[in-house]
Write a protein that binds this ligand. Structure first.
Ligand SMILES: [Zn+2]
Length: 384
């Protein structure tokens, strides 16, 4: 029987692999104890994993616990396969070619473009072709392409994209028709949360808030992304703040993101000051020079976001809330302002911090998705 390298890894093999990844370094004897698989099975599975270069033998362990014979230890090799990540916004594309362990090999960044149904497939394929010309030699090559979409995704279908028209096409079908790699589509904020879980935090449960043109939350509970029945879990930007407030593209009025997104803050400031364009740096400079309009906008933004955070904490009670926003990175005191606003018994003990992965969190989440499928391992912790 011919098995594709993309087919699902056999369960005992995945269990051994996950144990090696979690323990960082482990002997065959310990693997047998931890997994409950007998020594012959462990020996045969690790032989396969060594042949696949997913595991390497490293050093000699302590012989005192194994009857004097010093065991050879095993560790995960995150560089035997390659991952491609895409973050596709309404006006930009970021792409990353990396090893499974997060080591970056090549990046492509296209800014100030307009992404739509007519150009998105060629944008993606051109970048993949660029990457293919530069890939280093590895045992498995490219094992997956994961694409972050700013909108609601349900099982690789783009359901709703308020800021571009990608919900008018079947991107997954168009890409799988012409590419041989496994393709995965997922919501941008969900991927950012998964990236934080796998590559930056020690926590099992977290909420990652992605604040750009909209506001999305990715929720990880016990290592697993919470998607909901229709892929809409964590759409905190569309929680209603003012029942008769501003019209939102989702169809409701008064949604949080119509008041507290970075885009709204930039638009309000540019209108107030008669500026043609505003970004986080311009706001930061104005705020730090005590410009009254900037100070008021920032204070108000932190107040509104604290309401959003309080609401999401009452639902999910995470260990940590990670904020991913260029504005909050430029003005770190905004985190303190948000904390000051949170006085409820629900939220006051929650850790709130800026993302250490910054604008790469989503791309790292794409690596997680590719690695999860290829390794058949969930709950991956792979700090680079
Ligand atoms: Zn809305």
């Amino acid at each position: 029987m011919i098995t594709s390298k993309y087919s699902i890894r056999e369960q005992n093999e995945a269990t051994i692999l996950k144990t090696i990844i979690d323990k960082k370094i482990i002997s065959r004897a310990e693997l047998s104890v931890v997994t409950g698989l007998n020594k012959a099975s462990v020996s045969s599975i690790t032989k396969t994993l060594l042949e696949e270069e997913l595991v390497t033998e490293t050093g000699i362990g302590d012989g005192s616990t194994s009857g004097g014979r010093k065991p050879i230890l095993l560790e995960f090799n995150g560089q035997s396969a390659l991952s491609i990540s895409f973050d596709i916004g309404y006006n930009y594309v970021e792409a990353l070619l990396s090893y499974l362990d997060g080591t970056e090999l090549e990046t492509v960044s296209q800014r100030k473009i307009s992404v739509n149904t007519t150009n998105v497939v060629s944008l993606i394929k051109e970048i993949i072709t660029q990457f293919e010309q530069k890939i280093p030699k590895t045992k498995h090559g490219i094992i997956g392409v994961t694409i972050a979409i700013h909108g609601i995704i349900h099982q690789n279908k783009i359901v709703f994209t308020p800021y571009y028209d990608l919900d008018q096409m079947n991107l997954y079908e168009e890409l799988t028709a012409s590419l041989t790699y496994p393709i995965y589509l997922e919501n941008e904020a969900n991927l950012a949360a998964l990236g934080e879980y796998t590559f930056s935090s020690t926590f099992d449960s977290l909420v990652s808030l992605s604040i750009h043109s909209g506001i999305g939350a990715g929720i990880v509970e016990d290592g697993k992304l919470q998607l909901g029945k229709h892929g809409k879990a964590g759409e905190i930007g569309h929680s209603i703040l003012y029942p008769h407030g501003r019209q939102c593209p989702c169809g409701n009025h008064g949604c949080l993101e119509q008041y507290a997104s970075n885009k709204v803050l930039y638009d309000t400031f540019s209108e107030a000051k008669g500026l043609s364009s505003v970004n986080s740096k311009i706001i930061s400079e104005a705020y730090h020079s005590q410009d009254p309009a900037a100070v008021e906008l920032i204070n108000n933004n932190c107040f509104l976001l604290s309401i959003g955070i309080n609401n999401i904490v009452t639902l999910y009670d995470p260990e940590i809330v990670i904020i991913n926003s260029s504005l909050y990175r430029e003005i770190p005191t905004m985190i303190e302002l948000v904390k000051q606003q949170i006085e409820s018994q629900f939220s006051k003990d929650i850790i709130i911090k800026n993302s250490s992965l910054k604008n790469r969190a989503t791309l790292y989440g794409c690596i997680t998705i590719n690695a999860q499928h290829f390794l058949n391992v969930q709950k991956l912790k792979l700090e680079a």
